[in-house]
Structure formats: C-alpha cells, structure tokens
Design a protein around this ligand. Structure first.
Ligand SMILES: [Zn+2]
Length: 377
C-alpha cells in the first residue's frame, strides 16, 4: 500500500512524456508476464487426472480371427513367433494378406500346413505389372486360379491400385478399370472374398494446416500427402471402388479400414444397405469408432453381420486397445498412435452376440477353409 502511494505521488510530479514512457514500460512488462513458454502440439501430452473404472483386456473375450495382417516372410519364418502371442491374446486365426502369388505364396502355405495348419490363412495378390498387354487379364486369372488351388483363401488388393498402378502406356489404372473385371468375376466364381484397400484417409487430400485432423501424420509421413492432381481427388478413387462392388454383386468384397468412412458412419451404413456383397473391417481405424461411442455402438449393432475384426500392423500389445474398445464401457482412454488420433477414446460395450459376429462368425461365413471347431457356437 505504501509503495502504491509513493508511486502515485511521483506520478503527479512527472511530465506527460515521462508518463508515456512509464506506461510503455509497464505494458511491455505486462506482456512478458502474461506470455508463458510455448509448447509443440507434438510434445503436449497431458496425463489424464480422470478417475473412472478401468477394464484392461489382455485377451479377447472370444477366440477371434484377424482378417487384416501383413507378413512377408511366412515362407521361411518360424511361425512360433506369431503363434505364441496369438495364443496369449486369444487370436485363433490370422489372415495374412501379403501372400503374393506363385512360388512365394506356395512356400507360405507349405510352412503353415507343416506347422500350424489351423492358425493361418493366406490371401493372394494380383500382379498389375503389364496391365495394358492383351494377355494380362488371362495370365492374371490363370495365376489366381493356381494360387487358389495351392491354398489361397482370398484376394487382397493393395491401395496402389487407384493411386500408383499405371498401365503399359503410363496411365493411372482406375480401381474400376474394366480390364480387371475378369479377376473380380473369378473370385466370385471360386467363392473367395476380395479384401480391398482403396485411397487413404480423406484428410491426406486436404490442406496441411491447423484444421487438418491428420496434420501430425502428414508431418511424420510427408509421402502420404495427396492432392486432387496427385493422383486424382479422394472421392474419385472411392467412387471407382464402389462401382466395382456394384458391378460385381456375385463377388464378396471386404472394404478395408471401414472404407475410410469411419468418420461418417451414416454414409457407410447407406453403402452397406445398398450393397449386400460389401463387408468391412476395422483395421487401423479403431480411434474413429472410439471417438463416437454412441454412434459407433449403434452402427456395430445395426451392421453386426457385416463388420469383421482387422488390425493391420502386427503389434501384439496394441490389440488390447481393440478389446477394450469393443468389449468395455471404459471412458476417455488412450489410443496408441497419436498421428491417427490425438483424442481420447471410449468403449462401445458391445453385446456378446455382436462381439461373436465381429470376432469370428462373419469371417467364418465369407472366408473359406477356416476350421470352425476352434470357435464357440
Ligand atoms: Zn493393410
């Protein structure tokens, strides 16, 4: 109080010029006082203080089939490396989508048959090299038939179709290129599903600015940035893919990663309503479901016959987050990859009958050759 009085007294004696200088000085002091040290978005990672019940799941409630996994060396690898963590988490069957074709695929299937005939399923891949040559489709179909005879139980189409695959004249091959029709038809004819990943999250096409939900991913993986010219708009690739499903109603398609409509389940539901041959899986898009637990729960219950369990990256400890989201009603917990989701997620608390369908019944229905005695009724 005393100081304030002295200050006031002196202020009266000051010239206007001195008062102005003092004012400026105090303003600057005030600004620097208010300015706290800044922090990067990447660094900011506050520990939640929320206290609510937690139900960590180290094992799935039911044996499950992971329909979306990638293993390139299954032909020579010691499969125990995979089988042991699988048993621990209750994964009964793993689908390796990276089977390739020909000799490589055959070696994988031989290794599986010898060691764990019931545990692994392999999908073949089509070689798009040479598309544009007159005999490409004929050769590719023949190869696929051989691969299926050798034990492949499905076909996986990677995202390069639609993004990077070019024909012999150097032009981008659209997902619905009619030259590929014989492949889709063959899959329908032989009763094997096609798991297809087209495009990427739509945010990769948006400006990389403070409004982009995948800003961090684009910063960490700059090669994933796309534009309407590189190669074409997101919607165009998605529409090409959907046209394939419509054109081939006799073929079963598993639209990977919720078809990149995990952030618009209403739209995804419309597509499932429209196309009974379309299924989907939840690999790498769990945080989309976990951020909208009420909508996602309603969606999973409504479309319980059409959604399969998939994970994509083989990181055994990350599966626990899947079990927690699907099985529990836990609130506000972490997803495992900030570049996919900087937000917290919530459990969907799915009913047992729905869990069983997502964990294994739907996969048993559409993927041939899985030993169903590994699963409860
Ligand atoms: Zn994948």
């Amino acid at each position: 109080m005393e100081n304030v009085l002295i200050f006031e007294f002196k202020l009266r004696q000051m010239t206007d010029q001195k008062k102005l200088l003092l004012f400026l000085f105090l303003s600057i002091q005030n600004i620097s006082y208010c300015q706290q040290p800044s922090m990067d978005f990447e660094k900011y990672n506050p520990k939640s203080t929320l206290v609510v019940p937690e139900h960590i799941r180290t094992r799935a409630k039911y044996p499950f089939i992971d329909v979306h996994s990638h293993h390139w060396n299954m032909g020579t690898q010691d499969l125990r490396e995979l089988a042991e963590p699988m048993e621990k988490m209750n994964m009964a069957v793993m689908v390796n989508l990276s089977g390739g074709n020909g000799e490589r695929l055959l070696k994988m299937i031989q290794n599986i048959k010898k060691n764990y005939p019931d545990k692994f399923i392999v999908f073949a891949n089509v070689d798009f090299d040479g598309i544009g040559n007159n005999d490409w489709a004929e050769k590719a179909v023949r190869q696929l038939e051989t691969d299926i005879r050798n034990g492949a139980k499905g076909l996986k189409i990677f995202k390069n179709l639609g993004l990077r695959v070019t024909d012999t004249s150097g032009k981008r091959v659209p997902v619905d290129d009619p030259r590929i029709d014989p492949i889709w038809n063959k899959c329908g004819e032989m009763g094997i599903p096609v798991l297809i990943h087209s495009a990427d999250p739509s945010q990769f096409w948006e400006p990389m600015d403070e409004y982009n939900e995948r800003w961090l991913e684009l910063k960490e993986r700059p090669g994933r940035k796309r534009t309407n010219e590189d190669p074409v708009p997101w919607q165009q690739i998605i529409d090409e893919q959907l046209r394939v499903f419509r054109k081939h109603p006799g073929t079963v398609f598993i639209n990977a990663h919720l078809g990149w409509y995990g952030n618009n389940l209403q739209k995804l539901g419309q597509l499932l309503d429209e196309m009974p041959n379309m299924y989907t899986e939840i690999g790498a898009v769990l945080a989309e479901l976990g951020r909208q637990p009420r909508s996602a729960r309603a969606f999973m219950i409504k479309y319980q016959d059409r959604v399969l369990f998939g994970k994509d990256a083989w990181e055994p400890e990350e599966y626990l987050t899947y079990f927690r989201v699907l099985e529990t009603a836990d609130e506000y917990f972490d997803y495992y990859r900030k570049r996919h989701a900087f937000w917290k997620i919530y459990g969907l608390d799915l009913p047992d009958e729905v869990l069983k369908k997502i964990y294994y019944m739907n996969a048993l229905k559409i993927i041939p050759g899985i030993n169903d005695s590994l699963f409860p009724d």
